[in-house]
Design a protein around this ligand. Structure first.
Ligand SMILES: Nc1ncnc2c1ncn2[C@@H]1O[C@H](COP(=O)(O)OP(=O)(O)OP(=O)(O)O)[C@@H](O)[C@H]1O
Ligand SMILES: [Mg+2]
Length: 257
């Protein structure tokens, strides 16, 4: 595991708004090792999604920050990450199967091969039988699973997930967390995941980056040295609860640093 596979160097972002400049990211510096699972947590509106937009190349940083992959400058370039944005953005006029191959289309995978690859995952995502349904016919949780399927089927080395389980009931959420842990280990992906759920962050991640209120800075880079594979009973282990208390303190103390 190399320490500086993916590196953010002084990444800042200020939006120009009608009310004036809005600073959202403030010199974010971090290095993420190949194969690491990193959770990002912080107050609503602090800049988490903006950080992922910059990381995945969709938004340029302002003020000279850089994104580097294995030493190469990839700032503002797309194609390195499979990115699941916060909103599912399924196209209402395409069937679920055709939605899940969108990312593969963009990569130039032939449609029939892409459909086979995506179709093979439907069972695992609890979507079997809905291949030809349209997004409007699915529940919110099913749409979110379809969006997650569309992201992971791209099989990129870096997977960036913005609240991938946000709209799911807790049982489905726990199942998919277990599933994600399994595929992450099998595929050796480097995963960055935004979550507002402290327990989810600790349960899944090797490290938790805690962001300050806007403009976001990293106020804590917390290692999660818990053994893997992690199982549900870990949630009540004293080591787990201690990490949880530490994060709760950071996120909810009135004078957040
Ligand atoms: N394109 C944009 N133009 C102007 N302001 C923006 C733009 N995108 C985001 N912002 C502002 O940047 C701030 C951070 O937004 P962002 O979506 O990154 O927050 P977040 O941490 O992901 O919040 P949440 O937890 O609610 O998803 C917000 O104040 C938002 O209004
Ligand atoms: Mg967001």
């Amino acid at each position: 595991m190399s320490d500086d596979y993916l590196r953010l160097r002084g990444v800042s972002k200020t939006f120009a708004t009608p009310a004036g400049p809005l600073p959202v990211l403030d010199r974010i510096d971090t290095a993420i090792g190949r194969g690491e699972f990193v959770a990002v947590i912080g107050p609503s509106g602090c800049g988490k999604s903006t950080l992922f937009n910059v990381l995945s190349g969709l938004e340029p940083p302002t003020g000279g920050g850089r994104v580097e992959l294995a030493g190469a400058d990839i700032t503002g370039t797309v194609g390195h990450c499979a990115y699941m944005p916060q909103r599912d953005l399924l196209m209402p006029w395409r069937s679920i199967l055709d939605n899940t191959v969108l990312g593969l289309d963009v990569q130039g995978v032939p449609r029939a091969a892409g459909r086979r690859r995506a179709a093979a995952l439907f069972e695992q995502f609890g979507l079997a039988g809905f291949e030809n349904a349209y997004p409007a016919e699915l529940s919110g949780g099913m749409r979110q699973r379809a969006a997650l399927l569309r992201t992971v089927v791209q099989d990129r080395e870096i997977v960036a997930l913005d609240e991938p389980f946000g709209a799911l009931d807790s049982l489905t959420r726990t199942d998919l967390q277990g599933w994600l842990q399994g595929v992450w280990r099998r595929h050796d992906w480097t995963v960055l995941m935004i979550t507002h759920d402290i327990r989810e962050a600790i349960y899944l991640a090797d490290r938790v980056l805690v962001l300050s209120p806007r403009p976001a800075r990293i106020i804590r880079d917390l290692a999660v040295p818990l053994p893997r594979p992690r199982e549900v009973r870990l949630l009540t282990a004293p080591e787990f609860v201690a990490l949880e208390a530490e994060l709760l303190d950071l996120l909810h103390s009135p004078a957040r640093r």
